[in-house]
Design a protein around this ligand. Structure first.
Ligand code: DI6
Ligand code: FE
Length: 405
C-alpha cells in the first residue's frame, strides 16, 4: 500500500540545503518505509499510479521522528527528596557517597515488581511520545543484580512491544556498586560481565554502557566491561567525563564506541579520539542544568573536529528528571549554544547514529517512515519555544499513530 503525504514543508535533514529544506514537499511511503521524497509537483508518474491513500498535511512542517538516545526510563521510586537536600547545600557527589543517589533508586527498583516498573516507565514514556519521540534508548543500571537487571531490560523490551516506538536497550550494570559488593568493585565487574553474557543470550541487550567516573568505575574496570561486550559482539557507549576527565572517551574510542555521553570535562585528546573513530558526542543539557554544572562541554572544539553531536533527555530520577525532549532542544541552544538546526540534527540523524540505526533520522528514500507533523511555520521554532508542544501528528512506520490498521 503506497501513501502520498503532501502539502508539507519538509525539514529532511538530508542534502546540502540548510535543514534539508523542501518548501513545497511531498513524501511517498510504502509499508514502513519512505520510497520517495521531493517537490510536491515532481511526484514521478509511475509512483502516482500506485498511490492508494493520500494525506493532506495542510502546510505543516515535517521532520524525521525524534529519537531520545540516552534514557534511564526504568526505575522504582523518585528522588525529589534528594533535590531538596541539594537545595539545602549537599552536593550530588556527597549524597552518592553517603549511600543516597543512585543506590537509593537501586533499592526502590529491586523492591518493585516487573509490572510496577512497567507501569511507572509507561507513564513516563507517554510524555516523551506526546512530543514526537519515535525511537528511544533505555538503559538498565538501577537493578545491579542479575535478576533486577533482567527485570529492567525485560520491561524496556515490553515497552517497545506495547507502544508505537522502537526501543533499543543498553546494559548499564556498571553504573554503581551495589551494597552486597561493597569493597569488592573488581568482583562486581566480573559478575556483571557474566550476567552480560546471560542477558545477551536472552536477547535483552542491544549495547553495553558504563559510568566511568570517580564515583563510578575506573578506566581499567570500564575496559574489562568493554572487553566482555566485544567478545559478545555488542557495541559499546560510555558515560564519559561528566564530573571529571578520566580519559574514558579515549578508551571508549579504542572499542569503536557508538557514542560518548555527557562530556563536560572532555579533553582535546578525547575530542581527537572521537573525531578519528567517528564516535558521536551525546550532550545532555538536562543533567547539566539540574546539577547546576558550570563547565560547558567543548561544543566549538567538537564542531571544528567534525564530531557528530546528539542531544538527549538523559531522563533519570537523580540528575535529569525531564520528560521533554523539546525542552532539551531549547537548552542545547541556550546553554550549549548549538544552533536550532544542530539541535534538531542532535535528536534525529545524529541520535540515530549514536544508536547504530542507519535506517532513520532523515527524510530520505529507503529510511523508515517515522516522521512528525508540527504546527509551526519553521523548524527553528522547535528549539525556540520552551514549554509548548506543537506536535500535531506522528507517523510511525508509515502509519499515523492512533489510526486503525
Ligand atoms: N550519570 C548521570 O547523570 C546519571 N547516571 C550517570 O551515570 C545519574 C544517575 C542517578 O543519579 O540516578
Ligand atoms: Fe545517563
Amino acid at each position: 500500500m503506497m501513501k502520498l503525504w503532501t502539502n508539507a514543508h519538509l525539514a529532511t535533514l538530508a542534502g546540502a540545503q540548510p535543514w534539508g529544506w523542501i518548501e513545497q514537499g511531498a513524501l511517498i511511503t510504502q509499508g514502513a518505509h519512505i520510497v520517495w521524497v521531493g517537490e510536491a509537483d515532481q511526484v514521478p508518474a509511475e509512483l502516482r499510479g500506485q498511490i492508494t491513500a493520500s494525506y493532506d498535511l495542510a502546510g505543516a512542517v515535517i521532520t524525521p521522528g525524534l529519537i531520545d538516545c540516552h534514557t534511564h526510563l526504568v526505575y522504582g521510586g523518585l528522588r525529589a527528596k534528594e533535590f531538596e537536600q541539594r537545595l539545602q547545600g549537599a552536593s550530588y557527589e556527597e549524597i552518592a557517597r553517603a549511600g543516597g543517589g543512585i543506590r537509593s533508586t537501586v533499592s526502590a527498583t529491586r523492591a518493585a515488581s516487573e509490572d510496577e516498573l512497567f507501569e511507572a516507565a509507561a507513564g513516563r514514556l507517554r510524555h516523551l511520545l506526546a512530543e514526537g519521540v519515535t525511537s528511544i534508548e533505555i538503559k538498565s543500571g538501577y537493578g545491579l543484580s542479575l535478576a533486577a537487571e533482567r527485570a529492567s531490560l525485560r520491561v524496556a523490551r515490553r515497552l517497545g512491544e506495547h507502544f508505537d516506538v522502537t526501543v533499543r536497550t543498553s546494559y548499564l550494570a556498571a553504573h554503581a556498586l551495589p551494597p552486597e559488593f561493597a569493597g569488592r568493585q573488581d568482583d562486581y565487574v566480573s559478575a556483571l560481565c557474566d550476567w552480560m553474557a546471560q542477558l545477551h543470550a536472552e536477547g535483552l541487550i542491544d549495547a553495553v554502557d558504563a559510568f566511568c567516573e570517580g564515583i563510578g568505575f575506573t578506566p581499567a574496570q570500564t575496559r574489562r566491561v568493554f572487553e566482555a561486550a566485544h567478545r559478545l559482539g555488542l557495541p559499546v557507549k560510555l558515560h564519559a567525563e561528566q564530573l571529571s576527565d578520566q580519559g574514558g572517551t579515549q578508551l571508549a574510542c579504542e572499542f569503536a564506541a557508538l557514542s560518548c555521553d555527557h562530556l563536560e570535562y572532555l579533553s582535546p585528546a578525547g575530542i581527537a579520539a572521537m573525531a578519528a573513530s567517528g564516535c558521536v558526542a551525546t550532550l545532555l543539557p538536562g543533567a547539566y542544568y539540574f546539577l547546576r554544572e558550570t563547565k560547558l562541554p567543548p561544543v566549538q572544539a567538537l564542531r571544528e573536529a567534525g564530531v557528530s553531536i546528539a542531544i538527549s533527555t538523559d531522563h533519570n530520577p537523580g540528575t535529569s528528571p525531564t520528560l521533554s525532549l523539546l525542552l532539551m532542544l531549547n537548552m542545547a541552544c541556550t546553554l550549549f549554544r548549538l544552533t536550532p538546526e544542530e539541535a534538531l540534527r542532535g535528536v534525529t540523524v545524529n541520535a540515530a547514529k549514536s544508536l547504530g540505526l542507519a535506517d532513520r533520522g532523515q527524510l530520505l528514500a529507503g529510511q523508515r517512515a517515522d516522521f512528525c507533523v508540527w504546527d509551526v511555520q519553521h523548524p527553528n521554532e522547535l528549539a525556540y519555544f520552551f514549554g509548548r508542544n506543537p506536535l500535531r501528528q506522528v507517523v510511525q512506520g508509515g502509519q499515523l499513530r492512533g489510526e486503525a490498521f
